[in-house]
Design a protein around this ligand. Structure first.
Ligand SMILES: [Zn+2]
Ligand SMILES: [Zn+2]
Length: 377
């Protein structure tokens, strides 16, 4: 195992770095190492986590002071608990908007105020069709999610009289502990063990929610989906995750998974499809109409003299660009359609055609030569 790197070194800042220096360094490194940006780099995930951990600690004044004093060997073990730092899922978008800050500020159990306590985040996968992400900018999602219990108003107690202020912590939810570490007496703030950080004790729990204060309920959410949504995009709904008594609710992440289309394959803003055509259509040219995701028919104009495996591009009829205006293209790959069985009359027509259209057998060598030259460009 390699030695754990110094947090300041990880972020590439000096020990005197200000809060905004740290944020700037974190933002730029997190963007650089974000796994979505580096799908083929096995190291990205590790570097991304390393940067997160360094920022989580240094952006918290209490944790930073502790780190400056003790380095990685903080008394009481890792500030992230026995499992160490686990990493956080951060949207690439959040790194631009600053939405990552609340994730880190709620990270340490022994925070300064009860506002920093957060419930768990929830990840919900939701399938959408290409048509949906093209036509709708708002979708409805139904899911079993936590909601405050109505019979106790979220208090978790059977009646208001059943809620008592915790005497150990005087309702603060936190207690100060002192520990001797070598020459130091270290003061640590931690959750009150008697009330579990709630600040109150429930004598008789609510029967509806069994004292949790919330119940799982089928809920319908209206979600805004951005233009040109890519498969796997995560949208965050702040405060829609697991609730926490006396704390902030976690966040709900909705991961959009785009269903495969009956004939389109997607390549960023472009759509790709294969179109089977008979030999006469290729030679003479034709127009083909197909129903399209934008509601208007997709007219594909096949020019006369087309050949199999050539492509026809219909400009501006693909998916919308993620940023800016406009749409990608539809690329149509031409395939030769050959019927498996032919009738007698078709056979004789084809025999006739062969005399007119077939390969001039005496020129075969020069034609093969030209074909090879074409392919080499
Ligand atoms: Zn209840
Ligand atoms: Zn207490």
């Amino acid at each position: 195992m390699s030695e754990k790197r110094d947090y300041y070194e990880v972020l590439g800042v000096s020990k005197e770095a200000s809060e905004s220096d740290l944020k700037k360094a974190f933002r730029s490194l997190a963007r650089k190492h974000h796994p979505d940006k580096n799908p083929d780099d096995p190291d990205a995930e590790r570097l991304f986590k390393e940067v997160q951990e360094a920022y989580a600690v240094l952006s918290n004044p209490e944790q930073r002071r502790q780190y400056d004093m003790f380095g990685h060997d903080s008394p009481g073990g890792s500030p992230f608990g026995p499992g160490g730092f686990q990493g956080v899922n951060i949207n690439l978008d959040d790194l631009f908007s600053g939405g990552f800050e609340s994730i880190f500020s709620g990270m340490f159990g022994g925070g300064h105020s009860s506002r920093s306590r957060r419930g768990n985040d929830i990840l919900l996968r939701h399938e959408v069709t290409l048509e949906q992400i093209f036509n709708e900018n708002e979708i409805e999602i139904s899911a079993m999610l936590s909601a405050p219990c109505e019979s106790c108003n979220g208090s978790g107690a059977k009646s208001p009289n059943d809620v008592q202020t915790c005497s150990t912590c005087n309702g603060q939810g936190r207690i100060m502990q002192q520990a001797r570490v070598g020459p130091f007496v270290q003061q640590m703030v931690s959750d009150c063990p008697d009330c579990g950080g709630q600040g109150k004790i429930i004598r008789e729990p609510c029967t509806e929610c069994r004292g949790i204060g919330s119940v799982k309920k089928m809920q319908t959410l209206r979600i805004q989906i951005p233009r040109g949504t890519e498969d796997g995009l995560r949208l965050r709904q702040r405060g829609k995750g697991e609730p926490l008594q006396n704390g902030q609710s976690g966040d709900l992440y909705i991961q959009l998974e785009v269903d495969s289309h009956a004939w389109f394959e997607r390549d960023g803003p472009d759509l790709i499809m294969a179109l089977p055509l008979g030999f006469p259509e290729m030679i003479l040219g034709t127009k083909v109409e197909l129903p399209h995701i934008d509601g208007k028919p997709l007219v594909i104009d096949i020019p006369a003299g087309s050949k199999p495996s050539e492509t026809v591009i219909v400009r501006g009829r693909g998916m919308p660009y993620r940023r800016g205006r406009g749409r990608g293209d539809v690329t149509v790959l031409l395939k030769l359609y050959a019927p498996e069985k032919i009738s007698k009359s078709m056979r004789s027509t084809l025999e006739e055609l062969r005399t007119d259209f077939g390969l001039p057998m005496e020129d075969i060598e020069s034609m093969v030569r030209r074909e090879a030259e074409d392919r080499r460009g």
